[in-house]
Design a protein around this ligand. Structure first.
Ligand code: KG4
Ligand code: ZN
Length: 349
């Protein structure tokens, strides 16, 4: 297949990702995660993540070049996540990318991490079982749910027109899974543990609050999310049970909590599809691994006549291929490279 040969570097959180694409095809997607080093802290520790990137980035680069069977001199461009993310973590990737660009003379592109997530669905990963990519050129609503972000985007054009409709005003959805899992003693990361426990529970056992869905909230926060109230509500419920010497039914709590998160995420995403008359919904981010989220998304989008797009899981979580993919599009669209002086911007809009 033809297209631009682009290297992508992703270090915004705890995954060191090096991807290589040719046009819309993934040739290599090497990921080295420092997740295990954060487990005992119950969340990503920025300093630990940055040091891990520094150690992992060079071997990951060598591996990606070997897997793709290309040399640095073959590249048309280098792309790197410029933000948003953890400042120290981002700096490792941006520094490495600048060094490579200087040494090879290749053009360098700073890429927005969130645009990278959306762009993942426009790639064909020939190594993934579910390899279909869908770029029909039509606008789409994108819901990005991970440990670091919960964002609803209107994507009219991946490169030139991505509008942030709303985002979490406190915890990210994945963060809520991690915190509640910790509370219930289900380990870190929390999502998989909650999923396992919830399989034996009832989603309607406890009615936990749906953040920012009351009429008074909707006026200012129609597409925003809030999960810290939900987390507190779960904590209080567990406390009350324990104080009353009642047994905590972990399965019911997990299932009911998960239901509240899924309900709000999809309710708002589908409302956005309807408000903007865009009958397409794309899901991305680590929380997309959630079994209930996937099932309810399929049900509700079908009922609403909305086409659902979920990239293969290897492209849902943080990875370098999605950054390389955006880079390839930037090159193809004739965008000038970023000036070498650009920095890492932890709060890049
Ligand atoms: O995208 P990701 O791998 O990394 C970033 O945060 O960028 O997402 C990690 C998050 C964690 O908070 C984890 O608990 C959550 O994704 N997660 C899940 C599941 N698997 C991972 N959340 C819900 N259900 C899951 N099965
Ligand atoms: Zn991410």
């Amino acid at each position: 297949a033809g297209g631009q040969l682009v290297l992508g570097i992703e270090t915004s959180c705890d995954e060191t990702g090096i991807g290589i694409v040719r046009g819309g095809t993934v040739l290599a997607n090497v990921i080295s995660s420092s997740m295990e080093q954060h487990a005992r802290f119950g969340g990503v520790v920025p300093e630990v993540a940055a040091r891990a990137h520094l150690e992992a980035i060079e071997p990951a680069l060598r591996e990606a070049l070997a897997v793709a069977d290309v040399r640095l001199s073959d590249l048309d461009a280098i792309a790197v996540t410029a933000g948003p993310g953890l400042a120290g973590a981002l700096m490792v990737g941006v520094g490495a990318a600048k060094g490579l660009a200087l040494a090879t003379g290749k053009p360098l592109y700073g890429v927005n991490h969130l645009v990278g997530h959306v762009g993942a669905d426009y790639l064909v990963d020939t190594n993934a079982p579910d390899r279909a990519a869908a770029d029909d050129g039509e606008p789409t609503i994108a819901l990005l749910v991970s440990g670091g972000h919960t964002s609803l985007l209107l994507v009219r054009d991946l490169i030139s027109d991505v509008e942030l409709l709303g985002e979490t005003i406190d915890d990210a959805a994945g963060e809520a899974f991690d915190k509640v899992a910790r509370l219930l003693g289900l380990g870190y990361p929390g999502g998989p543990g909650i999923d396992r426990a919830a399989a034996d529970g009832s989603p309607t056992a406890i009615r936990f609050p749906r953040g920012l869905t009351q009429p008074k909230d909707l006026a200012a926060h129609r597409y925003d999310f809030s999960f810290s109230g939900l987390k507190t509500s779960v904590a209080r419920w567990v406390e009350r049970q324990t104080d009353g010497a009642m047994e905590v039914d972990v399965a019911d709590v997990a299932a009911s909590f998960r239901e509240a998160v899924v309900d709000v995420l999809l309710g708002k995403a589908i409302a956005a599809c309807q408000d903007f008359d865009v009958p397409r919904l794309l899901l991305g981010g680590g929380v997309v691994a959630n079994a209930r989220l996937r099932a309810v998304a399929a049900e509700r989008t079908e009922a609403a006549g909305i086409a659902l797009r979920i990239p293969p899981f290897s492209l849902c979580t943080d990875n370098g291929a999605m950054i390389a993919g955006v880079g390839a599009r930037l090159v193809a669209a004739g965008h000038p490279p970023s000036a070498l002086g650009f920095g890492a911007d932890s709060s890049l809009p």
